[in-house]
Ligand binder design. Sequence first.
Ligand code: COA
Length: 176
Amino acid sequence: MSAEPAPAAAGGGESPNVPVHLRPAREADVPALAQLLLRLKRLNEEFDPLLKVRPDAEARAVEVLRRDLADPKALVLAAEGIGPDKDKVVGVVRAHLRERVFYVPEVEGVILDIYLLPLYRRKGVGEHLLRETAEALRAKGAGLVTAEFPAHNEIATRFYAKRGYRPITLVQGRRL
Ligand SMILES: CC(C)(COP(=O)(O)OP(=O)(O)OC[C@H]1O[C@@H](n2cnc3c(N)ncnc32)[C@H](O)[C@@H]1OP(=O)(O)O)[C@@H](O)C(=O)NCCC(=O)NCCS
């Protein structure tokens, strides 16, 4: 409910006043982060029947998060609320470094998942997450940042377009 401003951030990639505290995720966050990933996948399901969520998706989310936390080529950030929501994980970002065998820049940081609980949306938090994620990926060696999301997710398209992201490759598919 409360949306008190965060302390002003100093230096670097300027943070606006956003009602979250962003930090690297840790093992203890895994159950909460898995729930957020699951919410995102269920949202994705609404965009396309080929994104139907598996019955074991929750267990897989836990596995994937644990694997990523141990992988230096992965990035998992947790957004905590502030004030009364302090210690509550309200958002997640998950990204991987991927080698581009034929192209330069040679290393791409791929944002695989970005999700905020609905109460935290439209307050500039997403842009803050995106900026900090891009910086963290750059620090890990990425020369390019990309994002994967359902083709029909118009909000995501607008969200990324506003930050200068544009389509590079398209993935098309049909059921067999
Ligand atoms: C995508 C998401 C992380 C954006 O976070 P957010 O904090 O709501 O976004 P911001 O407040 O920083 O908004 C940034 C811009 O994104 C676009 N945007 C965000 N939400 C929007 C909405 N509901 N309708 C239209 N545009 C929207 C706008 O261009 C907005 O700029 P504006 O406020 O000046 O119009 C958040 O909406 C979310 O978690 N959505 C559900 C999960 C999802 O779709 N993830 C992306 C695909 S993996």
